[in-house]
Design a protein around this ligand. Structure first.
Ligand SMILES: Nc1ncnc2c1ncn2[C@@H]1O[C@H](COP(=O)(O)OP(=O)(O)O)[C@@H](O)[C@H]1O
Ligand SMILES: [Mg+2]
Length: 284
């Protein structure tokens, strides 16, 4: 079976896209015993920064093993040109960093294609033909990755950029985290509008993020769940607001692995989200 590709996207920033990409997928690969590939498609590359140290990242850049290798052959020294090649893109397994593995073999693992600020170059180039080459190269990269992995996850940037378009064109599913405020919910509507403009109809899931563990259901959540179009897309299980998940500048790695009070509870809660996502992307 060809692996599903899930874009994590909301047109609003700071809603938990990177948090979901990192922590939900960290639990999902292990619980579901899958081979999962994360690709950091945000030029701010917070996903990469949260799990990789600076010296590990420097090595990745030296090796040419960042997300730039998904769009064109490296090294590409010209900021305003997309390098061309007849060669196929590298395999994801050749350029990715192993974040976690489980068991003796490599069948159950979590890999990352680290991000890069250099991605902004595709917002600077206005030559359609050049961008077409980059998008064809990316399409090929993803199609190879779908043969190698069980699931491919794209942590997207909130802008409607060339890179976001590439992500959506290659996605079977989209997961939109929302915080329960007006703008974050509006951002989900914009994701949906973008599908229409691009003529795409991926499966769309919405993850409520940042709620209090035992708090009451807010009016915004009630309204969202009752919404005719978006209600059915909202996952039953929600991600709680947790100190464990809030970015800690002094720690590199998966926060849920750190231990401490409530970390088991949190892992179990994330496990339920992971199961629900798995049912939607692979079927029950
Ligand atoms: N459920 C949560 N509990 C605690 N902090 C969170 C939670 N979700 C997100 N955050 C924090 O909010 C900030 C923005 O989250 P992030 O996942 O980076 O958003 P995005 O990728 O959508 O821009 C980060 O500092 C992150 O640690
Ligand atoms: Mg992010």
């Amino acid at each position: 079976m060809v692996a599903p590709v899930v874009s994590i996207l909301n047109m609003k920033g700071g809603v938990g896209k990177t948090t979901a990409s990192a922590h939900v997928m960290r639990v999902l690969y292990h619980q579901m015993r899958k081979k999962v590939l994360l690709i950091d498609l945000d030029a701010q590359f917070n996903l990469t920064q949260s799990v990789q140290t600076q010296s590990q990242y420097d090595q990745v850049v030296d090796d040419g093993h960042t997300v730039m290798s998904c769009f064109e052959p490296l090294p590409s020294d010209d900021f305003f040109q997309v390098k061309q090649s007849d060669q196929p893109p590298p395999l994801a397994s050749e350029i990715s960093t192993r974040l976690r593995k489980f068991g003796d073999g490599l069948e159950v693992r979590l890999d990352l294609v680290p991000g890069s600020f250099e991605l902004v170059k595709y917002s600077m180039i206005d030559h359609a033909g050049q961008l077409k080459n980059a998008s064809k190269y990316f399409k090929r990269f993803i199609s190879q990755a779908r043969a190698e992995y069980d699931l491919v996850v794209l942590d997207c940037n909130p802008s409607s950029s060339f890179v976001t378009k590439c992500a959506l064109e290659n996605s079977t599913d989209v997961l939109s985290p929302v915080k329960l405020d007006k703008f974050s919910v509006l951002g989900v509507g914009l994701v949906d509008q973008l599908f229409t403009h691009l003529g795409l109809s991926p499966t769309h899931m919405i993850l409520v993020n940042g709620v209090q563990r035992n708090g009451p259901i807010s009016p915004v959540e009630i309204e969202l769940r009752a919404h005719k179009k978006f209600g059915p897309k909202v996952l039953v299980n929600r991600l709680v607001q947790s100190k464990i998940l809030s970015a800690d500048p002094s720690y590199t790695g998966f926060a849920t692995d750190k231990g401490g009070p409530y970390s088991n509870v949190l892992r179990q809660e994330i496990g339920k989200i992971a199961r629900e996502i798995s049912e939607r992307v692979w079927g029950a």
